[in-house]
Write a protein that binds this ligand. Structure first.
Ligand code: NAP
Length: 238
């Protein structure tokens, strides 16, 4: 049985990806940082379709990340799919107000976290000839209202994706990213969602399941690597 690991899978986009994976026959391992109640509820939902387990893991803590991936890799013998989804927005959005702590936190979670998870999962991805999907954002390609720290972290995720796609191809490992526009999750306030939906010609933001669908494509198409897939309701047409 193939195994898929999703970071930040207890809610939002990560949860939709976990549901997509289990419905497609994967054993699913998802992680969370603090939302244990949501993790239990998500696991209950996943168990309707197949096998799932969850681990508490802070992606910014290298030792914890290494230990968690060793546990998963040893239990399942390999990792077929790694989805680096966990992410945050900062408290503030402008250069004037973003604190040094806020900058470091966003970079640590959104960028270093992806690096740590890829590094810890590598031996198990090699065993399974697995693939990696990293969650970037439209902000990583064109900046945006969430702030320079968020945009820089998501542009960095694209850099990691390109670099690892070249480096890991020799193991048969493909590495891709998804760059969503705004998605209907708890990451954005209702006020911001209302504003952002006007930017798309479709006049709405994405559903988490529509991002999971893009992840499914990147898992299944064996000739796609080093790709950043835009899912943004036509934002680039103007
Ligand atoms: N929503 C959007 O509009 C949008 C658009 C483009 C890209 N994205 C990206 O998509 C990803 C998922 O976003 P979302 O909208 O689903 O957000 P969300 O609903 O706020 O979920 C974020 C997830 O990340 C986890 N997480 C946060 N900090 C963590 C840490 N230090 N260690 C481990 N896990 C951590 C959270 O776990 P806990 O619940 O336990 O805290 C939660 O599972 C993020 O990378 C985000 O940047 C989102």
């Amino acid at each position: 049985m193939a195994v898929g690991v999703v970071t930040g899978g207890n809610r939002g986009i990560g949860k939709a990806i976990a549901v997509m994976l289990v419905k497609n026959g994967y054993d699913v391992v998802f992680t969370y940082r603090s939302g244990e109640k949501e993790a239990m509820e998500t696991a209950e939902q996943l168990h309707q379709y197949g096998n799932a387990e969850f681990h508490k893991m802070d992606v910014t803590n290298w030792e914890e990340v290494k230990k968690t991936f060793d546990n998963i890799g040893n239990k399942y013998g390999g990792i077929d799919v790694l989805v680096n989804n966990a992410g945050i927005v900062g408290k503030y959005t402008s250069l004037n107000t973003i604190t040094i702590e806020d900058w470091q936190k966003v970079i640590e979670v959104n960028l270093s976290g992806v690096f740590y998870c890829c590094k810890a999962a590598l031996p198990y991805l090699i065993k399974a000839k697995g693939c990696i999907i990293n969650m970037s954002s439209i902000a990583g390609k064109e900046g945006g209202s969430i702030g320079a720290h968020y945009a820089a972290s998501k542009a960095g995720v694209i850099g990691i994706t390109f670099s690892l796609a070249k480096e890991l191809a020799k193991y048969g490992i493909r590495v891709n990213a998804v760059a969503p526009g705004p998605v209907d999750t708890g990451l954005l306030s209702e006020e911001i969602k209302e504003k952002l939906k006007e930017l798309s010609p479709l006049k709405r933001i994405a559903k988490p399941e529509e991002i999971a669908h893009a992840v499914k494509f990147l898992i299944e198409n064996e000739y796609v690597t080093g790709e950043v897939l835009d899912i943004n309701g036509g934002r680039y047409m103007d």
